[in-house]
Design a protein around this ligand. Structure first.
Ligand SMILES: *Cc1c(COP(=O)(O)O)cnc(C)c1O
Length: 389
C-alpha cells in the first residue's frame, strides 16, 4: 500500500461499496430490515441471545448504563488504560467511576487489585454496582476470574469489547456474552469492522435488550404487553426518557458485509503481530504485547513499549521523526486519571495507578491493519529501529 501509514485504517472493498449503493436505492434508509438482520448476524457470530445496534459505541455504553439503572451513589470500576467513553458512560448516569490499575503482563484490569478495591469499598459500607472490563488492544481480560468476583460480590459485569471483536478466550469466540452481562462493540473505522460510525450492545438478557432498544429511540414502546392502554394502530407510549441513538439501514448493510470478512481481517492482524513480535521481541529496547495466554488476541492495535529510560530519543522526538517518515503512530491511552476533568472532580494524582502510568510512558501504537503488506512492515520496523537509540 502507499504511505502514509496510520496506526489503524478501515478496509473497504468494491463489494462493500456496491452493497451500500444498493441499500441507498432501496426503500429503507433507516429503521428498515437491515438493522435487525445485522443484529441477528452479530448475535449468531458472537453467541449472544440478543444484540442492539446503535449509532456508535459510546451510545451503546450510555444505553447500557441507563438500562442497568446506575444512578447517583453507585460506584462503577474500570481500567485507567481505556478510551474516555468507557468511564464517561458512568458519569452520564450520575454514578461515580473509579479505577483499578492494570496488570503488567496483560495490560487489562488487574484481578487481584480489583478484589482489593472491592474490599476497600466494602469496609466503607459500599457495594460495587458494576465493573467494566476492557479487552484492551484486543486481548481478553481474565474473564473467568472476573465472573467469579462478579458472583461473589454481586456486581454487574460489562465487557467493553470495542477492541476485541474476533478475539477468543479458551478457544471460544463467543466468550464475551458468556462471561459478561452486557458486551459493547464499536464499528468506528479503526476498529475490526466498520459501519462508519456505529456500535452495538449484546446480552443474553432479553428484558435488558428490550429496555435498551426502547431507550435508543426516545424511550418509546409499541410492545402491547408494556402499554398502559391501546387506542389504535398509531399508539405508542413513553415510560422512560430515551434518546435518538439509532443506526441507519445502509450502515447495517455495510456492517453485515464487513462481518463476513472478520475472520480474514483478524487472521491478517495476527500475522502482522507475529512479525512485530519476532523483530521487536528479542531486542531489549522494546517490550512486545503478550499474545494472550489462554486467549487469542485480536490486535485492534499493536501496543509496543519502548524503554525510553535506556535510550536518548524521547517519545515526543520519536513521534515527530516518525511523522516526517509518514508513519503516524498514536498512544493508547493517556491514563484516565490524568485527564483534567477526572483529576479535578475526583482528586486523582500521578502515582495513583503506577503500572498504568509506566505503561503510558513507554507505549506507542505502531501501524496495525489488514492492508499492510510485508514491504510496508519492513519499512516501518526498519524506521522505528533506526530512530530508537
Ligand atoms: C472505540 C471505543 C469506544 C466507543 O467508540 P465510538 O467511537 O463511540 O464508537 C468505547 N470504548 C473503547 C475502549 C473504544 O476503543
Amino acid at each position: 500500500m502507499n504511505k502514509p501509514y496510520t496506526y489503524g485504517k478501515q478496509c473497504i472493498d468494491e463489494v462493500d461499496v456496491e452493497a451500500v449503493a444498493a441499500a441507498l436505492r432501496s426503500d429503507w434508509l433507516t429503521q428498515g430490515p437491515a438493522v435487525e438482520s445485522f443484529e441477528k448476524s452479530l448475535s449468531e457470530k458472537l453467541g449472544s441471545t440478543a444484540a442492539a445496534a446503535v449509532s456508535n459505541g459510546t451510545a451503546a455504553l450510555h444505553l447500557t448504563a441507563l438500562a442497568s439503572g446506575w444512578s447517583e451513589g453507585d460506584v462503577v470500576l474500570t481500567t485507567p488504560i481505556t478510551f474516555l467513553a468507557t468511564a464517561n458512560c458512568v458519569l452520564y448516569t450520575g454514578a461515580t467511576p473509579d479505577f483499578v490499575d492494570i496488570n503488567q503482563k496483560t495490560y487489562t484490569l488487574d484481578v487481584d487489585k480489583l478484589e482489593e478495591k472491592i474490599k476497600y469499598y466494602e469496609e466503607k459500607g459500599k457495594r460495587i454496582r458494576a465493573v467494566i472490563g476492557v479487552d484492551y488492544a484486543g486481548r481478553p481480560c481474565e474473564w473467568k476470574e472476573l465472573r467469579f468476583l462478579a458472583d461473589k460480590y454481586e456486581f454487574q459485569l460489562i465487557n467493553d469489547a470495542c477492541h476485541a471483536l474476533g478475539a477468543s478466550y479458551e478457544k471460544d469466540i463467543r466468550y464475551q456474552a458468556k462471561y459478561a452481562d452486557a458486551v459493547i462493540l464499536s464499528f468506528h473505522p479503526v476498529k475490526h469492522i466498520t459501519t462508519g460510525e456505529g456500535g452495538a450492545a449484546l446480552t443474553n438478557n432479553i428484558e435488558f435488550d428490550e429496555k435498551l432498544k426502547a431507550l435508543r429511540s426516545h424511550g418509546v414502546t409499541r410492545n402491547r404487553k408494556n402499554l398502559e392502554r391501546w387506542e389504535g394502530p398509531w399508539w405508542y407510549e413513553m415510560h422512560e426518557i430515551g434518546f435518538n441513538y439509532r443506526i441507519t439501514d445502509f450502515q447495517c448493510i455495510l456492517g453485515m458485509n464487513q462481518l463476513k470478512k472478520l475472520d480474514r481481517f483478524v487472521e491478517k492482524r495476527r500475522r502482522i503481530a507475529r512479525y512485530y513480535d519476532n523483530v521487536f521481541g528479542n531486542d531489549e529496547r522494546f517490550i512486545t504485547p503478550d499474545p494472550g495466554g489462554n486467549a487469542s488476541h485480536a490486535y485492534h492495535i499493536y501496543p509496543l513499549q519502548i524503554r525510553f529510560e535506556t535510550i536518548s530519543i524521547t517519545k515526543k522526538e520519536l513521534f515527530q521523526k516518525l511523522r516526517s517518515k509518514e508513519i503516524f503512530c498514536q498512544v493508547h491511552y493517556i491514563p484516565m486519571h490524568f485527564q483534567p476533568y477526572y483529576r479535578k472532580t475526583y482528586g486523582y494524582r500521578p502515582g495513583d495507578f503506577p503500572i498504568a502510568e509506566t505503561f503510558y510512558s513507554r507505549e506507542i501504537s505502531i501501524p496495525m491493519h489488514p492492508q499492510l503488506e510485508s514491504g510496508d512492515l519492513e519499512y516501518i520496523v526498519e524506521t522505528v529501529k533506526k530512530l530508537v537509540k
